[in-house]
Design a protein around this ligand. Structure first.
Ligand SMILES: [Cu+2]
Length: 159
């Protein structure tokens, strides 16, 4: 009779992998707080909209991605005025969060862009937004659906 013996050490390694490795120590672990999360209602016939939130990290960190079951894809955008046009561009490297500084995502500035929104978002609803950081643990906030105060350009940019 032939039996395959799995070395105990290999089994222990597998179990360790399943239970999750402890985070490497050394260096300050940032904690990020998120306040005032808000997403605009989706314009009629459009499947995209912008979300805003204020983030404060206890140590230097970076917002690297955002996810929500309400959208097929989420990008982190910056807004820039080029040739008198409001242009949006994806921040591929994410958004830096300097230690102790409140970083405001707001109309006319950096924002979270929801794309491929399956169900229209209407005033008064709310959706969960999960914010993923380079160092800090992910934070999930409940974002209200509503219009933000009119931005500094006096117009609704749709972003
Ligand atoms: Cu955008």
């Amino acid at each position: 009779m032939i039996r395959t013996l799995i070395p105990l050490a290999a089994v222990a390694a597998l179990l360790a992998a399943c239970s999750g490795e402890p985070k490497p120590s050394g260096g300050e672990q940032a904690v990020v707080t998120a306040t005032g999360a808000l997403c605009r209602p989706t314009p009629v016939g459009r499947q995209m909209t912008g979300c805003y939130v204020t983030l404060t990290a206890t140590a230097d960190d970076r917002l690297v991605s955002v996810s929500t079951p309400a959208a097929g894809r989420v990008e982190i955008h910056e807004s820039k005025i080029e040739s008198n046009m409001m242009m949006m561009r994806e921040l591929k490297e994410g958004l830096p969060l300097p230690a102790g500084q409140a970083v405001e995502l707001k109309p006319g500035g950096n924002h979270i862009m929801l794309l491929a929104v399956a169900e229209p978002l209407a005033d008064g609803q709310s959706i969960p937004l999960t914010l993923n950081f380079a160092s800090a643990a992910a934070v999930t906030v409940q974002a209200a659906i509503g219009q933000p105060p009119v931005n500094e350009y006096g117009t609704q940019t749709g972003s």
